[in-house]
Ligand binder design. Structure first.
Ligand code: MG
Ligand code: MG
Length: 258
């Protein structure tokens, strides 16, 4: 069942999403060659708690940390380790927070040092996929329209769209109905209408769409070992239009200063 939100609930969700956005901004300030994912995790946890919020992933399905940090061929759900980041890595940082009982869930893929042109292109196109998906989240469309357009854009560049993992409804629980795949057929799925709150999160692989689990049973990696990127925003449909509750503003400000 889809839980549609009132405007008041959406305002709380905007706060939750903004806390995550500012947290990613803190991560953006700190991320660099030689920094460890666990250090970033600590920065994120401390910041979230300073905002009267609770880390949203910590303990969710027994996940042990605040951030999911997935490097290079890791697609999502990597957990932070003490292995320093290296020049040329691309690092997906996915973060959740609970504020006044509502979740924010939001991800950005960072470049560490100098990355290859191929990786740059992957980040660019995956970010475009997110924006293209968001444009489709308007009243009158259906959930399938979001995935259809994301898939088209990714495949146009020869990339693989992960099938096993999808975006989702979000609210008082992290993962609600409906599922929001990054692939699909236009005109299919639930109708989009006011009060719908969803996380759109394309996971795009440079090579094959196929993925596999590492032995840790958390980390999902590409089957061919090629890199993968991931960007995520929280969206609410208000007056028929998609409104982005999260923002990359803080990330972009921090990166511009480097
Ligand atoms: Mg996420
Ligand atoms: Mg999500």
């Amino acid at each position: 069942m889809i839980v549609y939100k009132s405007k008041d609930e959406i305002e709380i969700m905007r706060e939750a999403a903004q806390i995550v956005s500012r947290t990613l901004g803190k991560v953006a300030e700190a991320i660099d060659i030689g920094v460890t994912p666990l250090e970033l995790d600590k920065i994120a946890e401390d910041y979230i708690r300073s905002q009267d919020a609770i880390p949203g992933f910590l303990g969710l399905y027994d996940f042990p940390n605040t951030l999911c940090i997935s490097i290079n061929e890791q697609v999502v759900h990597g957990y932070p380790t003490d292995e320093p980041l290296k020049d040329g890595d691309i690092v997906s940082v996915d973060c959740g927070a609970i504020y006044k009982g509502y979740y924010g869930d939001h991800a950005y893929t960072f470049a560490v040092g100098n990355i290859s042109d191929e990786k740059k292109k992957l980040l660019e196109v995956t970010h475009e996929c997110l924006n293209i998906g968001i444009e489709q989240a308007k009243a009158g469309n259906r959930i399938g329209d979001i995935g259809f357009h994301i898939q088209q854009h990714a495949e146009k560049h020869g990339y693989g769209v992960v099938r096993e993992l999808v975006g989702h409804g979000i609210g008082q629980t992290m993962h609600e109905e409906p599922q929001v795949p990054n692939y699909g057929r236009r005109g299919r799925g639930k109708k989009i209408k006011d009060g719908l709150t969803i996380a759109i999160e394309p996971m795009i692989n440079m090579g094959t769409e196929r993925v596999t689990y590492l032995d840790d049973n958390w980390t999902i990696v590409t089957a061919d070992g090629q890199p993968s990127a991931h960007f995520e925003h929280d969206i609410a449909v208000i007056d028929g239009k998609p409104e982005v509750l999260s923002t990359f503003k803080y990330v972009e400000e921090a990166l511009a200063k480097k």
